[in-house]
Design a protein around this ligand. Sequence first.
Ligand code: PLP
Length: 398
Amino acid sequence: MLNETMYAYGVESSVIREIFTYANERKAQIGAERVFDFSLGNPSVPAPDAVRASIERSLAELTPAELHGYTPAPGLPAAREAVAASLNRRFGTAYTAADVLMTVGAAASVSCTLHAVTCPGDEVIVIAPFFPEYRVWIEMAGATCIEVPAHQETFQVDVEAIRRAITPRTAAIIIDSPNNPTGVVYPRAVLEELAAVLEAVNRTRAAELGHPQPIVLISDEPYREIAYGVEVPWIPALYEHTVVCYSYSKSLSLPGERVGWVLVPQVSEGARRVMAAVAGAARALGYVCAPALFQRVVADCADVPSDVAAYARNRDMLTRALARFGYTYVEPDGAFYLWVRALEDDAEAFCERARAFELLPVPSNSFGVTGWVRVGYCVDASVIECSLPAWEQLAQTY
Ligand code: PLP
């Protein structure tokens, strides 16, 4: 019998992808240079030269079995060691390969972690606005997605609202900083406040239940490297029960290659069980192993910096122009999305009107809030430059 839930996921697809598909159709009709597609987080910055060098070295030096063979399920030791060593250099930690499991990108990192740390009927808190796939992954794990609004205007985490939303069924909280879709970065003080709330809940649970079942903080960090001069705190240093989900999709511009990792610091028996469950989830979900060639890229390029300058230039060009045209937006400290207030309450109606000017932002409804749009500025600078008259004309219709 057909699984109707899967059928619905398949035929509805995501709003972001629908807009991306529409953009491609429209480009075929009127010419790519006349369509301003701000929908997808597909980096326009090319992958660093070191990535190509690594691939060429693998092609030249490895045997076919090494090049294309399965790797161990948790990943190649060289890749896991390179990730641990890179984190240790940056954050003064003492991780080893045992703390790292290579994955098929952050999507797999988060969904494996959710399967590992929740049971059917558990609750997982997300902070609205949130990356829409979180709901799909949470529900796939049999858990319930609990939306907690961020602070209005600043879109920072509302720690008090999270505290109020926690129930005995709360198994995990997903945070995502630098944030998709708002571009905000959560500062250390806010994360410390959140950690204190979670620790207090864990203490109460331990006292009342006898079996401590700590709330897991899932830190989804595909944008960690894309920050504009602000600190992106290392969250496991602030809260012990953190699982970090990382990806090279954005930092090395490799979204189609599907490689990332999960980090579970092996500091306790509980953490070792979580890591084993993440590995079990990767097995159960059929991931087998992360792509071999790109695990070798990670082994070679774990310390290669991201080219943030291009995104910073795009951000500046877009924000200056939109401010001039009368738009308001959240000042982005990271990622490559601008969170702009729609010029009418109904963000979908605003996006419909924007289409007449070939402007394609994403309405905020799909992120769990109303009245805003996400403008992905990871596009080529020329797209932003050419779109500016259209943004101005759109504003003039209001
Ligand atoms: N999490 C967030 C917040 C994202 O924005 C994305 C992709 O855009 C992902 C996860 C999935 O990334 P990946 O390509 O690494 O699976």
